[in-house]
Design a protein around this ligand. Structure first.
Ligand code: GRF
Length: 204
């Protein structure tokens, strides 16, 4: 399965996918790494593995349509069959979502629908979880649709929030879970073991 990865940051989830592929666990290949941030650590990882990269910044396009057209062209060029948002902080144009309906997943560092939605990314998520006094957090993989962080849930894994957890210590624990469940979910898609009916998703 040809995967395009979108990342805006350091790329540890991108690395986790690469590790699962190189270990022979995930029958897939990453054909392109796309980012809105030319300084993203994910670019460095891509270069290390000779994976083609593409930088898309909103400033380069005067409308969402032209950005979408350019993005779709690149996704076609690299024979993309599946898209992973691994810490991608920009909105995916609706034309791309439609073209890749049910073939785009996002990983979110909390148990959606809690602690999701606009502004809920990175550190803000863990700060909100700690501030709320929640005793449980975790990571969620969901299909990406037109509503931010609201797509049908594919896979989640939870953990207990310790009384002495800080946003940093919680972030580190959740990140470990992310690196576990992302390759699992992708393997299920790559092996055709995901059934989607409307908003219901099953992994066989
Ligand atoms: C992860 O915590 C992910 O859940 C969120 O952004 C972060 C990306 O981290 N969407 P990395 O760039 O993969 O290390």
């Amino acid at each position: 399965m040809n995967i395009a990865v979108f990342a805006s940051g350091r790329g540890s989830n991108f690395q986790a996918i690469l590790d699962a592929i190189n270990a022979g666990f995930l029958p897939a290949r990453i054909t392109v790494l796309i980012s809105n941030n030319s300084d993203a650590g994910a670019f460095k990882i891509a270069h290390k593995y000779n994976i083609p990269t593409q930088h898309f910044s909103q400033k380069m396009f005067f409308s969402e349509e032209t950005l979408a057209d350019a993005m779709l062209e690149v996704l076609e060029k690299y024979h993309t069959e599946f898209i992973v948002l691994a810490g991608y902080l920009k909105k995916i144009p609706v034309q791309v979502i439609r073209q890749y309906r049910n073939r785009i997943i996002n990983i979110h560092p909390a148990l959606l629908p809690s602690f999701g939605g606009l502004g809920m990314y990175g550190h803000y998520v863990h700060e909100a979880v700690i501030a709320s006094g929640e005793k449980v957090s975790g990571a969620t993989i969901h299909l990406v649709d037109e509503e931010y962080d609201r797509g049908p849930i594919v896979l989640q894994k939870s953990l207990r929030v310790a009384p002495d957890d800080t946003p940093d210590s919680l972030a580190a624990k959740v990140l470990k879970i992310e690196h576990e469940i992302l390759p699992l979910a992708l393997k299920a898609f790559a092996e055709g073991r995901v059934k989607i009916e409307g908003r219901k998703v099953w992994i066989m």
